[in-house]
Design a protein around this ligand. Sequence first.
Ligand SMILES: C[S@@+](CC[C@H](N)C(=O)[O-])C[C@H]1O[C@@H](n2cnc3c(N)ncnc32)[C@H](O)[C@@H]1O
Length: 366
Amino acid sequence: MRVKIEKLDNFGRGITYLNNRICFVENALPGEIVDIDIIKEKSKYIEAKVVSIIEPSKDRIKVDCPYYDLCGGCSLRHLSYEKENLFKEEKVKDLLNHIGKLNVKVNSIISGPENNYRNKVTFHKSKGKIGYFAKGTKNIIPIDNCLLLDKVINNNIKNIKADSNEIVIRSSNDSSEVLMNGNNSIITSIGDKKYYLSIDSFFQVNKYLTKELYDLVRKSINKKYSNCLDLYCGTGTIGIYISDLVDSVIGIDYSESNIKDANRNIELNNTNNISFICDKVENKIDTFKDVNLVIIDPPRAGLDSKTIKYLIEINPEKIIYVSCDPATLSRDLNELNTNFDILEVTPVNMFPRTYHCESIVVLERK
Ligand SMILES: C[S@@+](CC[C@H](N)C(=O)[O-])C[C@H]1O[C@@H](n2cnc3c(N)ncnc32)[C@H](O)[C@@H]1O
């Protein structure tokens, strides 16, 4: 069946319409004429795959990864990187508009190198094979070089001695240290700050853009605040990075490994105005008073309703919301907007060649 692709959906799939139903076509770009085969048909939508490209888009590029068709890690390798960045900028605008009901200006996206940016990988092992799961399955595709990974990680794939079914490899942001299957930790850096990082702890995966992201947080703190909360603080990275701009910071994260590293990071950076709590944000949020700056960096699920309710009650002068999912971000901003003005939205392409996009939003009390 021959169709014309109209636009991309939020996951980077082409969209066309068949018999008044939306049809998602992987690996197809806006404006392209493609022949498709239907692979799934539901009452509300259809999924199809490209059989042949009749008229390619001028934005289509040659795919440079041999695993691309099998592996679900990347979704935009067939689109020029320049257009990927524009797609993400538009996606953030669209979601803020449609889900958030917000008509706000979105700054140009900040982007960095498109390959070899990831400082962490999780491989799986099964039946003697080590690699990624093939898209939507638990079948292993053996990988000997992944274009997303820091080169030092790729160089170490051959050294994997897997005695478990899941293998994590991490590298420090300057690529000088590698951590594989141990209980020990490495020291990594962001700007002039240093951070202990254990195998199970959270750390931003883009070795090039984390400093840019955290510098945006710093830039948004344009006066001296007294009490700051760093919610979903991971290993205390943002709180420590901005600790000189505030009188005191309390960081909260529910992961013991993160908080253990965060406490060691206080000493490593000689920071004496920050403390950490190991608990769920929603268990502690109603205990804070006199907070004038809140930094939030939740997982993709975004904020829960209790946290939003108490953020409104705490009523800080400023909220800096760092988000890795523009859909849940838009949902949460719709609620926060009743009491806070949205001053600035900046998308940051922390996850090139995938459909994911980070954003940072600055809100100020009305
Ligand atoms: C996107 S990471 C941000 C970490 C940190 N701000 C950074 O930049 O490295 C989200 C963090 O939220 C933590 N987390 C997830 N759900 C949580 C919850 N309900 N309460 C507290 N922490 C949570 C995770 O352990 C993870 O460290």
